[in-house]
Design a protein around this ligand. Structure first.
Ligand code: FEO
Length: 170
C-alpha cells in the first residue's frame, strides 16, 4: 500500500508527464509553422516519450493497487518569440521535472518505500538525458544567433537524429 504522500506525488507526476507531452506537441506545432521540420520532429518524438513516462507511472500505480486520479491537464503556451525561446522553455521545463522526480524520491526514502525508490531510478537517469539534449540544442542555438544558414543546418541535423533514447550520438 502506497503512503498517501507518495500516492499524491505520483498522481501529480502523471499529470506533469502528460502536460509535458502537451507542451512538446505545442512547441512541435510552433516549429511546423516556421518550417523547421527537424525541430518539429525532435519535439514530436519527445511528446511521445512523455506519454510513455506518464503510462509508466500509471502502470506502476496499477501494480501497487493505488487509486489513480485524472486531473485536468493545463494548456501550454502556443507561441514563442523565437526558436531559442521555445527551446529555453523545454530546458527549464525538463529541469523542473527533474526536481519533481527528486522530490518523490526524497519522500519515498522518508517513508521507507524502497519499491518506489527503485522504480524512480529509471526516471532519474532519463532526466539526465532529457536535460542534456535540451541543453545541447539550446547552446547551439546561442552560437547560431541570427545565422539562418546555420539554423537550417541544425534543423537538418535534428531531422537525422534517431528518436528518444539513442540521442547521445547528437
Ligand atoms: Fe518525462 Fe521530459 O520528462
Amino acid at each position: 500500500m502506497l503512503h498517501t504522500d507518495i500516492l499524491d506525488l505520483l498522481n501529480r507526476q502523471i499529470n506533469k508527464e502528460f502536460y509535458s507531452a502537451y507542451l512538446y506537441l505545442s512547441i512541435s506545432h510552433y516549429f511546423n509553422s516556421l518550417h523547421l521540420n527537424g525541430f518539429e520532429q525532435w519535439t514530436k518524438n519527445q511528446a511521445q516519450d512523455e506519454l510513455a513516462h506518464g503510462l509508466r507511472i500509471y502502470n506502476y500505480m496499477l501494480e501497487r493497487q493505488a487509486a489513480i486520479s485524472f486531473d485536468a491537464i493545463s494548456s501550454p503556451d502556443r507561441q514563442w518569440d523565437s526558436p531559442i525561446d521555445a527551446v529555453l522553455e523545454v530546458y527549464n521545463h525538463e529541469c523542473s521535472i527533474t526536481r519533481s522526480i527528486h522530490d518523490i524520491l526524497k519522500a519515498a526514502r522518508e517513508h521507507n518505500d524502497y519499491s518506489t525508490e527503485v522504480f524512480l531510478h529509471w526516471f532519474v537517469t532519463e532526466q539526465i538525458e532529457e536535460e542534456s539534449m535540451a541543453d545541447k540544442v539550446l547552446q547551439k542555438l546561442k552560437l547560431i544567433g541570427d545565422n539562418g544558414g546555420a539554423l537550417l543546418m541544425l534543423d537538418d541535423q535534428l531531422q537525422k537524429t534517431p528518436p528518444a533514447t539513442d540521442m547521445q550520438a547528437f
